[in-house]
Design a protein around this ligand. Structure first.
Ligand code: ATR
Length: 281
């Protein structure tokens, strides 16, 4: 029996166990995936413990995606550039950190709304961990990324961190109507990575909604609620829209590829996730 799991704090809300375990059952893989609540002071022991217990790998979620880095022996280039790890592989004595958030985002975007980044312009709202992964993923390709954030110097830091690997240097936009309006005209795709629109702020938009036109494609990485105010407004305007369910599924798919080099039954993962979200409503 292979052991997998996810570490975080809190962890009981995590939808990863149901996604992975449903996929294991569907293909009769002898593996189990467990949620593991870890206190920050015990993070090093938790990782060493998982290694000692023979875990194949683990996922890492909030608030440990950056904090696990000192306890790794290797990191993939993507994880190093983004500065965040959501997937760990134990291989002999090695503890290898990787991030599948960016690749998962892109794959979801391609599969769900058919967007190929090449030649496009993207406005990324936010400059936190999720924004870093997404902006890095996009800027590795021949497309233009615009970044904006409530705290502008965080966006500036992200742009400069991506400079070495970006084909086109990301452009930072001040979070003001006039500047945003100009960037929005340039961009085909708008991506919300901020937490604005989640339950506590569900009546708010991360972005002036009057700037949207029906030509825009709008992606919100929030999956609960399934439709944020931003997405609802965009959908009613006639925009193509996508929520965060796809990214959640595809980052898990990419974790399987990292652990075993195989692709899980994606439909099973989607269904398990949708059932869990529906039962939470
Ligand atoms: P994650 O790792 O999930 O991306 P994070 O690092 O906490 O989470 O980042 C959250 C993002 O949402 C940030 O861009 C944050 O803006 P700041 O850098 O200014 O903090 C943004 N955010 C959170 N609450 C916000 C609000 N009320 N208005 C605008 N932006 C907000």
């Amino acid at each position: 029996m292979e052991l997998l799991g996810v570490i975080g704090n809190p962890i009981s809300h995590s939808l990863s166990p149901v996604m992975h375990n449903s996929a294991f059952q569907a293909i009769k893989k002898t593996a189990v995936y467990v949620p593991m609540l870890v206190q920050e002071d015990n993070l090093s022991q938790a990782i060493q413990g998982a290694k000692a217990l023979g875990f194949t790998g683990i996922n890492v979620t909030v608030p440990f995606k950056e904090k696990v880095i000192p306890f790794l022996t290797q990191m993939t280039d993507d994880a190093r550039i983004v500065g965040s790890v959501n997937t760990i592989l134990f291989q002999g004595q090695e503890i290898i950190g990787h991030t599948t958030d960016g690749a998962g985002f892109q794959q979801a975007m391609e599969m769900e709304v058919g967007i190929n980044p090449v030649g496009k312009s993207f406005l990324v709202l936010g400059a936190g961990g999720a924004a870093r992964a997404i902006a890095h993923q996009l800027s590795k390709q021949d497309c233009q990324v615009y970044l904006t954030n409530r705290t502008l110097d965080r966006a500036q830091r992200l742009a400069s961190d991506l400079e070495a690997t970006a084909i086109k240097k990301p452009i930072v936009i001040a979070n003001q109507q006039q500047e945003l309006a100009k960037a929005v005209q340039e961009c085909q795709v708008i991506i919300n990575t901020t937490s604005v629109g989640m339950e506590a702020t569900k009546d708010q938009s991360p972005f002036p909604l009057d700037l949207l036109t029906q030509e825009h494609q709008v992606i919100d990485i929030i999956y609960n609620p399934a439709e944020t105010l931003l997405l609802k407004t965009a959908r009613e305007l006639g925009c193509t829209v996508q929520n965060g369910v796809g990214m959640l599924v595809w980052q898990a798919v990419k974790a399987w590829e990292f652990w075993w080099g195989i692709t899980p039954p994606v439909d099973v993962m989607y269904q398990a996730l949708k059932n869990s979200l529906a039962s939470q409503e």
